[in-house]
Design a binder for this molecule. Structure first.
Ligand SMILES: [Zn+2]
Length: 385
């Protein structure tokens, strides 16, 4: 097994650093300090690395254990930022109790950073030579715009990648994507008493929203995926009108549509335009437009890929059984690696309280994860290309 004391101490150090994403909480520490901490550990292990400051305080760290150049190359990836800490009592305590380590980011995903560093330490300690390169990737900003992963794939490439987001040690092969769309209904401004002149953009939006409500009830039956559940839709923001006694000339709704693998941006826009067309056929005053605000692709990897079978074998060896394939309902950086042509799969530790006020990770599961990554790395990186 890997060096459990090293892994636990490393994790505690990482959790005690504020690396809250500053785009989510203004007082957030960003990734500079945590990157320095990771760099110091890599220095101690004698592993060379590059620090890439993408924007002030927003940092990627990328390390490499070079192989002979004949084998398959592999990336082990984790993000270093966390979500905010509002409402948490001791977000950076790193307290250990009953085999669990507590604090913001312990589960999502500093436990995984510690596991990856534990894997690297074991490879160095045991003086393992490999045919392919092992790349350790610690990226910024996964919790907001993924500037870290986007920058990484511009600079580096490999045959496969393991994203170590929490999975409770199951192997995650797919996750949903999402799109945010801005819908604008157009009205006609008029004095509230001049009903013959005004068109109310807000009540027109009501027509649209009631169709979205209907769609939200249809999607679970229409668009299902065996690993990541069904597609969904909701409307987190609506804003319309300027004043009492005036017909609203514009109403804006932001629609959040979660997609399953296989769905495209084009098809989702068409789905929204179909709704507009349907309303228009019964109400000629209805005017609305659709515009994409954000689009993140869903992701899926075929379970016959080498990286999946190697990871399955490694996990069976460590855990004594196959814990099953799973999918995630939320989006992850894996889609960015996948889109750039790197075969990507996800496995991470056991824990709880992700994005909640009490977050923890199970220490045993981090040691298991580290050992799974170690066995997988040696098998995969020794495959000759
Ligand atoms: Zn995460």
């Amino acid at each position: 097994m890997p060096d459990k004391t090293f892994i636990t101490k490393t994790l505690q150090k990482l959790v005690q650093i504020n690396s809250v994403n500053p785009s989510l909480e203004e007082s957030g520490g960003g990734e500079k300090e945590i990157s320095k901490c990771i760099g110091d550990i890599l220095d101690q292990l004698g592993i060379t690395y590059e620090v890439d400051e993408i924007e002030p305080g927003r940092v990627n760290v990328t390390a490499k254990i070079p192989g002979s150049g004949n084998g398959k190359s592999l990336i082990l990836n984790a993000h270093t930022d966390t979500v905010g800490v509002a409402g948490m009592d001791n977000p950076f305590s790193g307290t250990i109790k009953d085999g669990k380590l507590y604090g913001r980011g312990s589960y999502d995903m500093k436990g995984s950073i510690a596991a990856i560093l534990g894997t690297a330490k074991k490879i160095v300690d045991e003086k393992i030579d490999m045919e392919g390169d092992l790349i350790l990737s610690f990226v910024a900003d996964e919790e907001y715009e993924s500037m870290g992963a986007k920058r990484f794939v511009e600079k580096y490439n490999a045959d496969a990648c393991i994203v170590t987001e929490p999975t409770d040690l199951q192997i995650c092969l797919a996750h949903r994507g999402f799109g945010v769309f801005k819908i604008v209904t157009e009205g006609k401004t008029a004095h509230g008493g001049n009903h013959h002149l005004g068109v109310d953009a807000n009540s027109k939006m009501g027509l649209f929203l009631s169709e979205i409500d209907a769609l939200s009830k249809q999607l679970p039956n229409q668009k299902k995926h065996k690993l990541c559940g069904s597609a969904s839709v909701h409307v987190p923001l609506v804003k319309g009108g300027n004043s009492l006694f005036i017909y609203a000339n514009e109403c804006i709704a932001e629609v959040e549509r979660r997609t399953i693998p296989g769905e495209t941006e084009e098809a989702v826009i068409q789905e929204l335009n179909q709704i507009i067309k349907k309303i228009l056929s019964a109400d000629t005053d209805f005017k609305a437009t659709v515009q994409t605000v954000l689009w993140r692709e869903p992701y899926e990897i075929d379970q016959s890929k080498q990286i999946v079978t190697d990871l399955k074998n490694a996990s069976e060896k460590v855990l004594g059984e196959f814990t099953g394939y799973t999918g995630h309902t939320w989006w992850e950086d894996s889609a960015i690696f996948g889109e750039s042509g790197i075969e990507t799969v996800i496995i991470g530790p056991r824990g709880g309280g992700i994005h909640e006020s009490v977050e923890w990770v199970e220490l045993d599961s981090i040691a298991d994860l580290s050992e799974i990554l170690y066995i997988n790395t040696i098998n995969y990186c020794n495959r000759i290309v």
